[in-house]
Design a protein around this ligand. Structure first.
Ligand SMILES: [Zn+2]
Ligand SMILES: [Zn+2]
Length: 371
């Protein structure tokens, strides 16, 4: 990635800071200061997950298996050795080892329940929403709109000059690299979008990074949805048009792409206005339940006031008879995206294994927690 092209120096400072942040977190859980090994695969473990000391990869793996509750079968003798290198080759033995070192499936479910409970509590509060936007809420919407418009270009005009992109270069290289360049471009805009809010800037650097890492995929999808054409099932990014096939050629798998297309269709059907799109992006950014958020109650209050503003906005600006269903439908999309974020990170890492040059360091930073 070309630093001079973008002139976004703070991006690189952020990444450096982010690395220190990760190191700090490691030191926190290893009481004697020594790095610890994952009980499943031996990779570096940063903490206890579902009752056992594991790496981020085995944590995600365990969560996925428990949630899908599919039967796993070992193609060999049920005694495969699980190492960092081999851990992807036998899911059955990897899962058995997870259980053997004490990882507990019910703890995955309770994590889900916590999220659901939060949503229920929020919905209850929403029912008491006022019927008119307060001056403070109007102000908030204006700040968000301003931040959004200055960091989202629906014509994607700057992207054309990104990494001296030439649409006429070799077809294969173009189709493999371009979606990732577009992603890098989007991430930079999303960072600038987040930094444009006073409330975000006033959080600690560590929490800013945690929130950004958690929300980038979601905000990216919300932004892409603004240019999604549900009749043609494609995304019109200025003069370039992308379809699902482009993502397939870039190396993404149906396990992500199928629910992703469905999400875009569902979200598009809601026919959201710019104010609603912007509030949803901000709600995603200020999610207090991203793992590792320290100023939890501060972030929680911000998200709640954003949600309340969205609810009030819908109540007073929308006229359609089905408008009371809009807010719950938006919340349902959040839950959908939450499960996709993890699959996205996983697939990015797989693509990186096969084609190391396609994934920019910035994309790697965003997905690095869910290895
Ligand atoms: Zn592991
Ligand atoms: Zn096996």
């Amino acid at each position: 990635m070309n630093n001079q092209d973008t002139g976004e120096d703070f991006l690189y400072q952020w990444i450096t800071l982010q690395n220190e942040e990760d190191a700090d977190e490691g030191a926190k859980v290893t009481d004697d200061g020594e790095p610890k090994a994952c009980g499943v695969c031996g990779d570096l473990a940063r903490g206890y997950h579902f009752n056992a000391l594991t790496c981020e990869g085995c944590k995600s793996f365990f969560r996925r298996v428990v949630k899908r509750s599919t039967q796993l079968h070992c193609p060999l003798l049920n005694n495969c050795t699980i190492t960092k290198k081999s851990r992807r080759s036998c899911q059955a033995c990897r899962f058995r080892k997870c259980q053997a070192i004490g990882m507990r499936g019910e703890m995955v479910m309770s994590e889900e329940q916590i999220l659901e409970r939060r949503i229920r509590i929020q919905e209850k509060k929403m029912r008491a929403a006022a019927s008119q936007l307060s001056p403070r809420q109007e102000e908030m919407i204006q700040e968000l709109l301003l931040g959004h418009r200055s960091t989202f270009d629906p014509t994607f005009s700057h992207f054309r000059g990104f990494r001296s992109l030439d649409r006429n270069t070799h077809q294969i290289i173009k189709s493999v690299i371009e979606p990732f360049d577009l992603t890098t471009y989007m991430i930079q805009d999303i960072i600038r979008f987040s930094k444009s809010f006073q409330a975000f800037r006033s959080l600690s650097m560590g929490d800013q990074i945690t929130l950004l890492k958690g929300a980038t995929f979601e905000i990216m999808q919300i932004r892409f949805n603004m240019v999604f054409n549900s009749k043609a099932n494609n995304w019109k990014c200025g003069s370039l048009t992308y379809c699902l096939g482009d993502a397939v050629r870039a190396g993404f798998q149906p396990l992500l792409l199928e629910p992703l297309l469905k999400l875009h269709q569902t979200l598009r059907k809601l026919d959201l206005q710019e104010e609603e799109y912007v509030l949803i992006q901000a709600m995603s950014l200020f999610s207090p339940d991203r793992p590792g958020v320290l100023q939890h109650s501060v972030v929680d209050r911000i998200q709640e006031s954003l949600a309340l503003t969205l609810k009030t906005w819908i109540d007073c600006k929308r006229t359609d008879p089905e408008k009371h269903l809009l807010f719950p439908k938006v919340i349902a999309c959040f839950t959908e995206m939450r499960t996709m974020t993890e699959e996205y990170s996983k697939q990015i890492l797989q693509i990186k294994d096969l084609q190391p040059d396609t994934i920019s360091p910035l994309i790697m930073e965003v997905v690095s927690k869910d290895g």
